[in-house]
Design a protein. Structure first.
Length: 408
Protein backbone atom coordinates (compact mmCIF):
# COMPACT_ATOMS: atom_id res chain seq x y z
CA UNK A 1 0.00 0.00 0.00
CA UNK A 2 2.82 2.43 0.83
CA UNK A 3 4.40 1.84 -2.59
CA UNK A 4 1.07 2.41 -4.34
CA UNK A 5 0.46 5.69 -2.51
CA UNK A 6 4.00 6.80 -3.36
CA UNK A 7 3.60 6.13 -7.08
CA UNK A 8 0.19 7.82 -7.21
CA UNK A 9 1.61 10.83 -5.37
CA UNK A 10 4.49 11.10 -7.82
CA UNK A 11 2.18 10.94 -10.83
CA UNK A 12 -0.40 13.40 -9.51
CA UNK A 13 2.10 15.97 -8.28
CA UNK A 14 3.47 16.18 -11.81
CA UNK A 15 0.14 17.03 -13.38
CA UNK A 16 1.36 20.57 -13.16
CA UNK A 17 2.15 23.86 -14.84
CA UNK A 18 4.96 26.30 -14.23
CA UNK A 19 3.90 29.44 -12.38
CA UNK A 20 6.89 31.73 -12.08
CA UNK A 21 9.48 30.14 -9.80
CA UNK A 22 7.37 27.13 -8.82
CA UNK A 23 5.01 24.50 -10.18
CA UNK A 24 1.31 24.58 -9.40
CA UNK A 25 -1.22 21.77 -9.74
CA UNK A 26 -3.05 21.46 -13.05
CA UNK A 27 -5.53 18.84 -11.79
CA UNK A 28 -8.62 20.34 -13.37
CA UNK A 29 -12.05 18.70 -13.40
CA UNK A 30 -11.67 17.37 -16.93
CA UNK A 31 -8.54 15.46 -15.89
CA UNK A 32 -9.99 13.89 -12.76
CA UNK A 33 -11.69 11.06 -14.69
CA UNK A 34 -8.37 10.10 -16.30
CA UNK A 35 -6.63 10.29 -12.92
CA UNK A 36 -9.15 7.90 -11.37
CA UNK A 37 -8.73 5.46 -14.27
CA UNK A 38 -4.94 5.46 -13.85
CA UNK A 39 -5.24 4.87 -10.10
CA UNK A 40 -7.58 1.92 -10.73
CA UNK A 41 -5.12 0.40 -13.20
CA UNK A 42 -2.29 0.73 -10.69
CA UNK A 43 -4.28 -1.19 -8.07
CA UNK A 44 -4.94 -4.26 -10.24
CA UNK A 45 -1.89 -6.08 -8.83
CA UNK A 46 -0.56 -6.39 -5.30
CA UNK A 47 2.82 -5.13 -6.48
CA UNK A 48 2.53 -1.68 -8.08
CA UNK A 49 6.08 -1.88 -9.41
CA UNK A 50 5.33 -5.14 -11.20
CA UNK A 51 2.28 -3.48 -12.76
CA UNK A 52 4.42 -0.58 -13.98
CA UNK A 53 6.96 -3.00 -15.46
CA UNK A 54 4.45 -5.22 -17.24
CA UNK A 55 2.12 -2.65 -18.83
CA UNK A 56 2.91 -0.17 -21.65
CA UNK A 57 3.41 3.42 -20.53
CA UNK A 58 0.25 4.57 -22.36
CA UNK A 59 -1.69 2.57 -19.78
CA UNK A 60 -0.79 5.11 -17.07
CA UNK A 61 -1.00 8.41 -18.95
CA UNK A 62 -3.23 11.09 -17.46
CA UNK A 63 -2.39 13.38 -20.37
CA UNK A 64 0.23 13.45 -23.12
CA UNK A 65 2.29 16.05 -21.27
CA UNK A 66 2.85 13.50 -18.50
CA UNK A 67 4.72 10.99 -20.67
CA UNK A 68 8.08 11.95 -19.14
CA UNK A 69 6.68 11.42 -15.65
CA UNK A 70 5.28 7.96 -16.42
CA UNK A 71 8.51 6.85 -18.08
CA UNK A 72 10.42 7.98 -14.99
CA UNK A 73 8.15 5.93 -12.69
CA UNK A 74 8.62 2.86 -14.91
CA UNK A 75 12.40 3.29 -14.73
CA UNK A 76 12.22 3.55 -10.95
CA UNK A 77 10.04 0.43 -10.78
CA UNK A 78 12.58 -1.58 -12.80
CA UNK A 79 15.47 -0.29 -10.70
CA UNK A 80 13.77 -1.14 -7.41
CA UNK A 81 12.86 -4.62 -8.69
CA UNK A 82 16.34 -5.37 -10.01
CA UNK A 83 18.32 -3.63 -7.25
CA UNK A 84 16.36 -3.73 -3.95
CA UNK A 85 19.26 -1.91 -2.25
CA UNK A 86 18.28 1.22 -4.19
CA UNK A 87 14.79 1.26 -2.74
CA UNK A 88 15.54 3.35 0.35
CA UNK A 89 17.96 5.58 -1.60
CA UNK A 90 15.29 6.39 -4.20
CA UNK A 91 12.59 6.93 -1.58
CA UNK A 92 14.75 9.30 0.47
CA UNK A 93 15.73 11.28 -2.61
CA UNK A 94 12.22 11.70 -3.97
CA UNK A 95 10.93 12.68 -0.51
CA UNK A 96 13.33 15.64 -0.42
CA UNK A 97 11.23 18.85 -0.36
CA UNK A 98 13.19 20.28 -3.31
CA UNK A 99 12.70 17.10 -5.41
CA UNK A 100 9.06 16.12 -4.72
CA UNK A 101 9.20 12.73 -6.41
CA UNK A 102 10.80 13.88 -9.69
CA UNK A 103 14.23 12.25 -9.91
CA UNK A 104 14.51 12.00 -13.72
CA UNK A 105 17.34 14.56 -13.81
CA UNK A 106 19.42 12.30 -11.54
CA UNK A 107 19.53 9.69 -14.33
CA UNK A 108 21.83 10.65 -17.23
CA UNK A 109 20.79 10.13 -20.82
CA UNK A 110 24.05 8.41 -21.79
CA UNK A 111 24.41 5.96 -18.89
CA UNK A 112 23.00 2.43 -18.88
CA UNK A 113 20.64 2.71 -15.93
CA UNK A 114 20.48 -1.00 -15.18
CA UNK A 115 24.22 -1.59 -14.90
CA UNK A 116 25.98 -2.19 -11.59
CA UNK A 117 28.08 0.91 -12.31
CA UNK A 118 24.93 3.02 -12.47
CA UNK A 119 23.82 1.73 -9.06
CA UNK A 120 27.08 2.88 -7.46
CA UNK A 121 26.94 6.24 -9.25
CA UNK A 122 23.30 6.82 -8.36
CA UNK A 123 23.93 6.13 -4.68
CA UNK A 124 26.83 8.58 -4.71
CA UNK A 125 24.77 11.24 -6.50
CA UNK A 126 21.99 10.95 -3.94
CA UNK A 127 24.53 11.33 -1.12
CA UNK A 128 26.16 14.31 -2.84
CA UNK A 129 22.79 15.97 -3.40
CA UNK A 130 21.90 15.64 0.27
CA UNK A 131 25.20 17.25 1.28
CA UNK A 132 25.06 20.06 -1.28
CA UNK A 133 21.46 21.13 -0.70
CA UNK A 134 22.10 21.61 3.00
CA UNK A 135 24.47 24.48 2.14
CA UNK A 136 23.92 28.18 1.55
CA UNK A 137 21.81 28.83 -1.54
CA UNK A 138 24.21 31.40 -3.00
CA UNK A 139 27.11 28.94 -2.71
CA UNK A 140 25.13 26.21 -4.51
CA UNK A 141 24.12 28.64 -7.25
CA UNK A 142 27.70 29.83 -7.85
CA UNK A 143 29.06 26.28 -7.92
CA UNK A 144 26.39 25.22 -10.44
CA UNK A 145 27.20 28.22 -12.64
CA UNK A 146 30.87 27.25 -12.50
CA UNK A 147 29.98 24.27 -14.69
CA UNK A 148 27.38 25.75 -17.01
CA UNK A 149 24.48 28.16 -17.48
CA UNK A 150 21.52 26.33 -15.97
CA UNK A 151 19.02 29.14 -15.24
CA UNK A 152 15.43 28.82 -16.47
CA UNK A 153 13.24 31.37 -18.24
CA UNK A 154 10.11 32.27 -16.24
CA UNK A 155 8.55 35.20 -18.09
CA UNK A 156 9.03 38.15 -20.39
CA UNK A 157 9.05 41.80 -19.33
CA UNK A 158 9.69 45.35 -20.48
CA UNK A 159 13.21 44.87 -19.14
CA UNK A 160 13.66 41.75 -21.32
CA UNK A 161 13.26 38.13 -20.19
CA UNK A 162 13.10 37.12 -16.55
CA UNK A 163 15.42 34.29 -15.50
CA UNK A 164 15.50 32.29 -12.29
CA UNK A 165 18.64 30.75 -10.76
CA UNK A 166 17.18 28.96 -7.73
CA UNK A 167 16.51 30.09 -4.17
CA UNK A 168 15.88 28.61 -0.75
CA UNK A 169 12.75 26.40 -0.80
CA UNK A 170 12.31 27.05 -4.53
CA UNK A 171 14.76 24.71 -6.28
CA UNK A 172 12.12 22.23 -7.41
CA UNK A 173 11.23 24.17 -10.56
CA UNK A 174 14.86 23.71 -11.70
CA UNK A 175 15.62 20.25 -10.30
CA UNK A 176 12.37 18.78 -11.67
CA UNK A 177 12.49 20.71 -14.96
CA UNK A 178 11.66 18.66 -18.06
CA UNK A 179 14.59 19.51 -20.28
CA UNK A 180 14.12 19.92 -24.02
CA UNK A 181 17.43 20.36 -25.86
CA UNK A 182 15.55 21.99 -28.76
CA UNK A 183 13.59 24.48 -26.66
CA UNK A 184 14.02 28.17 -27.43
CA UNK A 185 14.26 29.08 -23.74
CA UNK A 186 15.42 27.34 -20.60
CA UNK A 187 17.69 24.43 -19.74
CA UNK A 188 18.99 22.44 -22.70
CA UNK A 189 21.58 20.08 -21.21
CA UNK A 190 19.73 17.04 -19.86
CA UNK A 191 22.76 16.03 -17.82
CA UNK A 192 23.32 19.37 -16.09
CA UNK A 193 22.50 18.02 -12.60
CA UNK A 194 24.34 14.72 -13.08
CA UNK A 195 27.46 16.55 -14.28
CA UNK A 196 27.36 18.81 -11.23
CA UNK A 197 26.89 15.98 -8.73
CA UNK A 198 29.62 13.89 -10.37
CA UNK A 199 32.00 16.87 -10.33
CA UNK A 200 31.34 17.33 -6.62
CA UNK A 201 31.83 13.61 -5.93
CA UNK A 202 35.21 13.63 -7.68
CA UNK A 203 36.62 16.21 -5.24
CA UNK A 204 38.49 15.06 -2.12
CA UNK A 205 35.86 13.57 0.21
CA UNK A 206 37.94 14.59 3.25
CA UNK A 207 36.89 18.18 2.57
CA UNK A 208 33.65 19.55 3.97
CA UNK A 209 30.70 20.10 1.57
CA UNK A 210 31.36 23.85 1.66
CA UNK A 211 35.04 23.34 0.83
CA UNK A 212 34.19 21.02 -2.06
CA UNK A 213 31.79 23.58 -3.55
CA UNK A 214 34.42 26.28 -3.05
CA UNK A 215 36.87 24.08 -4.95
CA UNK A 216 34.49 23.86 -7.93
CA UNK A 217 34.25 27.65 -7.91
CA UNK A 218 38.00 28.07 -7.61
CA UNK A 219 38.69 25.78 -10.57
CA UNK A 220 36.33 27.82 -12.74
CA UNK A 221 37.75 31.20 -11.67
CA UNK A 222 41.28 29.95 -12.19
CA UNK A 223 40.48 29.36 -15.86
CA UNK A 224 38.56 32.64 -16.19
CA UNK A 225 41.50 34.60 -14.77
CA UNK A 226 43.55 33.54 -17.79
CA UNK A 227 41.26 35.81 -19.83
CA UNK A 228 41.70 39.59 -19.88
CA UNK A 229 39.35 41.18 -17.36
CA UNK A 230 37.58 43.29 -20.00
CA UNK A 231 36.59 40.09 -21.86
CA UNK A 232 34.82 38.42 -18.92
CA UNK A 233 31.05 38.12 -19.08
CA UNK A 234 28.23 37.97 -16.57
CA UNK A 235 28.80 34.35 -15.53
CA UNK A 236 32.26 35.16 -14.17
CA UNK A 237 30.84 37.95 -12.01
CA UNK A 238 27.96 35.85 -10.68
CA UNK A 239 30.42 33.13 -9.65
CA UNK A 240 33.14 35.37 -8.21
CA UNK A 241 31.06 37.91 -6.28
CA UNK A 242 28.79 36.30 -3.74
CA UNK A 243 27.12 39.70 -3.18
CA UNK A 244 25.37 39.37 -6.55
CA UNK A 245 23.36 36.32 -5.50
CA UNK A 246 21.48 35.71 -2.27
CA UNK A 247 19.51 33.16 -0.27
CA UNK A 248 16.13 34.27 -1.63
CA UNK A 249 14.77 35.57 -4.95
CA UNK A 250 17.65 35.32 -7.51
CA UNK A 251 15.38 36.48 -10.32
CA UNK A 252 17.00 38.66 -12.96
CA UNK A 253 15.87 40.52 -16.06
CA UNK A 254 18.33 40.24 -18.90
CA UNK A 255 19.36 43.00 -21.33
CA UNK A 256 22.95 41.83 -21.79
CA UNK A 257 25.95 40.81 -19.69
CA UNK A 258 25.87 44.06 -17.71
CA UNK A 259 22.38 45.49 -18.30
CA UNK A 260 20.88 43.10 -15.76
CA UNK A 261 18.34 43.77 -13.01
CA UNK A 262 17.95 41.80 -9.81
CA UNK A 263 14.27 41.68 -8.86
CA UNK A 264 12.86 41.54 -5.36
CA UNK A 265 9.97 39.40 -6.66
CA UNK A 266 8.86 37.61 -9.81
CA UNK A 267 7.40 40.63 -11.66
CA UNK A 268 8.38 44.19 -12.57
CA UNK A 269 6.28 45.65 -9.76
CA UNK A 270 9.09 44.41 -7.54
CA UNK A 271 11.92 46.71 -6.66
CA UNK A 272 14.87 46.04 -8.89
CA UNK A 273 18.54 47.02 -9.04
CA UNK A 274 21.54 46.39 -11.25
CA UNK A 275 23.44 43.63 -9.36
CA UNK A 276 26.82 45.16 -10.26
CA UNK A 277 25.71 48.45 -8.70
CA UNK A 278 24.54 46.59 -5.59
CA UNK A 279 27.82 44.66 -5.36
CA UNK A 280 29.97 47.81 -5.55
CA UNK A 281 27.75 49.37 -2.87
CA UNK A 282 28.02 46.29 -0.64
CA UNK A 283 31.81 46.13 -0.91
CA UNK A 284 32.40 49.79 -0.08
CA UNK A 285 29.83 49.95 2.72
CA UNK A 286 30.69 46.47 4.03
CA UNK A 287 27.14 45.21 3.42
CA UNK A 288 25.71 47.65 5.96
CA UNK A 289 23.72 49.76 3.47
CA UNK A 290 25.09 52.83 5.27
CA UNK A 291 25.07 56.16 3.50
CA UNK A 292 28.36 57.44 4.91
CA UNK A 293 31.86 55.99 5.23
CA UNK A 294 35.06 57.36 6.70
CA UNK A 295 38.04 58.26 4.52
CA UNK A 296 41.73 57.73 5.24
CA UNK A 297 41.76 60.85 7.43
CA UNK A 298 38.86 59.46 9.49
CA UNK A 299 36.56 62.10 8.03
CA UNK A 300 32.99 61.06 7.34
CA UNK A 301 32.19 61.10 3.62
CA UNK A 302 28.66 60.78 2.29
CA UNK A 303 29.22 58.50 -0.70
CA UNK A 304 25.71 57.38 -1.63
CA UNK A 305 22.73 59.73 -1.71
CA UNK A 306 20.15 56.93 -1.36
CA UNK A 307 19.46 53.32 -2.16
CA UNK A 308 19.68 52.27 -5.80
CA UNK A 309 16.59 50.04 -5.50
CA UNK A 310 13.92 51.61 -7.68
CA UNK A 311 10.46 50.58 -8.83
CA UNK A 312 9.29 50.96 -12.44
CA UNK A 313 12.52 52.74 -13.47
CA UNK A 314 14.35 51.62 -16.62
CA UNK A 315 17.77 52.75 -15.33
CA UNK A 316 19.58 51.62 -12.20
CA UNK A 317 22.56 53.91 -11.56
CA UNK A 318 24.89 54.23 -8.62
CA UNK A 319 24.34 57.67 -7.09
CA UNK A 320 27.43 59.38 -5.69
CA UNK A 321 27.93 62.76 -4.04
CA UNK A 322 28.42 65.90 -6.12
CA UNK A 323 25.52 64.72 -8.32
CA UNK A 324 27.65 62.08 -10.04
CA UNK A 325 25.82 59.05 -11.41
CA UNK A 326 27.41 55.82 -12.64
CA UNK A 327 25.57 53.43 -15.00
CA UNK A 328 26.76 49.86 -15.56
CA UNK A 329 26.59 49.12 -19.30
CA UNK A 330 28.10 46.71 -21.83
CA UNK A 331 31.07 49.02 -22.60
CA UNK A 332 31.81 49.77 -18.96
CA UNK A 333 30.61 52.28 -16.36
CA UNK A 334 29.14 55.38 -17.99
CA UNK A 335 29.81 58.33 -15.68
CA UNK A 336 27.23 61.12 -15.76
CA UNK A 337 28.67 64.40 -14.48
CA UNK A 338 26.65 67.46 -13.44
CA UNK A 339 26.35 70.56 -15.64
CA UNK A 340 29.98 71.66 -15.57
CA UNK A 341 29.29 75.25 -16.57
CA UNK A 342 27.35 75.99 -13.39
CA UNK A 343 28.68 73.34 -11.03
CA UNK A 344 31.17 74.24 -8.32
CA UNK A 345 33.62 71.68 -9.76
CA UNK A 346 33.84 73.28 -13.19
CA UNK A 347 37.24 71.65 -13.84
CA UNK A 348 36.21 68.28 -12.43
CA UNK A 349 36.40 66.44 -15.74
CA UNK A 350 39.94 67.71 -16.31
CA UNK A 351 40.87 66.52 -12.84
CA UNK A 352 39.37 63.10 -13.55
CA UNK A 353 41.33 62.67 -16.78
CA UNK A 354 44.56 63.76 -15.08
CA UNK A 355 44.22 61.71 -11.89
CA UNK A 356 42.16 58.67 -12.90
CA UNK A 357 43.96 56.58 -15.51
CA UNK A 358 40.91 54.36 -15.93
CA UNK A 359 38.73 57.26 -17.15
CA UNK A 360 38.19 57.52 -20.92
CA UNK A 361 36.34 60.09 -23.02
CA UNK A 362 34.47 58.76 -26.06
CA UNK A 363 32.02 60.75 -28.18
CA UNK A 364 31.59 63.28 -25.40
CA UNK A 365 30.82 60.60 -22.79
CA UNK A 366 32.91 59.71 -19.76
CA UNK A 367 33.63 55.98 -19.37
CA UNK A 368 35.19 53.87 -16.65
CA UNK A 369 36.21 50.58 -18.26
CA UNK A 370 37.72 47.31 -17.00
CA UNK A 371 41.39 46.82 -17.73
CA UNK A 372 43.46 43.72 -18.45
CA UNK A 373 43.86 43.13 -14.71
CA UNK A 374 40.79 44.79 -13.10
CA UNK A 375 37.24 43.65 -13.75
CA UNK A 376 34.07 45.79 -13.75
CA UNK A 377 33.59 45.55 -9.99
CA UNK A 378 37.23 46.14 -9.07
CA UNK A 379 37.62 49.16 -11.33
CA UNK A 380 34.45 50.79 -9.93
CA UNK A 381 35.40 50.18 -6.29
CA UNK A 382 38.91 51.51 -6.92
CA UNK A 383 37.57 54.59 -8.73
CA UNK A 384 35.17 55.49 -5.90
CA UNK A 385 37.78 54.89 -3.20
CA UNK A 386 40.34 57.03 -5.05
CA UNK A 387 37.77 59.74 -5.75
CA UNK A 388 36.75 60.07 -2.10
CA UNK A 389 40.09 59.06 -0.54
CA UNK A 390 38.71 55.91 1.08
CA UNK A 391 40.46 52.74 2.10
CA UNK A 392 39.95 50.22 -0.69
CA UNK A 393 38.38 47.11 0.93
CA UNK A 394 39.53 44.95 -1.99
CA UNK A 395 43.15 45.65 -1.05
CA UNK A 396 42.71 44.07 2.38
CA UNK A 397 39.76 41.74 2.08
CA UNK A 398 39.41 40.12 -1.34
CA UNK A 399 36.04 38.57 -2.07
CA UNK A 400 37.94 35.69 -3.63
CA UNK A 401 41.36 34.94 -2.20
CA UNK A 402 43.96 34.96 -4.97
CA UNK A 403 45.68 31.86 -3.62
CA UNK A 404 42.78 29.61 -2.71
CA UNK A 405 39.73 31.01 -4.45
CA UNK A 406 37.71 30.51 -1.27
CA UNK A 407 35.02 33.02 -0.44
CA UNK A 408 36.18 35.33 2.31
Amino acid sequence: MHDLVRVIRNLLIRVRKQSGISFSSDLKDKKMHDCINVICRLTCDENVYKTLEDKPHEYFLINNEQLYSVQSEIKKAKLITQYPALRDVIFKLEDHPEVKGAIHNFMPETEEIFSSEFVVNFQQRAKSFDEIWSQNCSLILRALLSLEEYQIWINGSKLHGLWFFGSKNNWNVILAYYIDSKAEYGLKNKNFLVNFLDKYSAIDSNLSPMERLDEIIFQYLKEECKINAFSRKWRYYFVKYKNITCEYSNIYSWGGSFKIRELGGDNLRSYHVNPYVKTVWDIITNNNRILCVRNKNNKEVRVFKYSSYVQYATESPLFLIDDIESFCEEKGWRIELPNLTIHKNACFIDWLITNMSSIQIEAGKVWLKPTETMDMIEVAVTFICDLYQLENPLDKNKLVDSDTGDAA
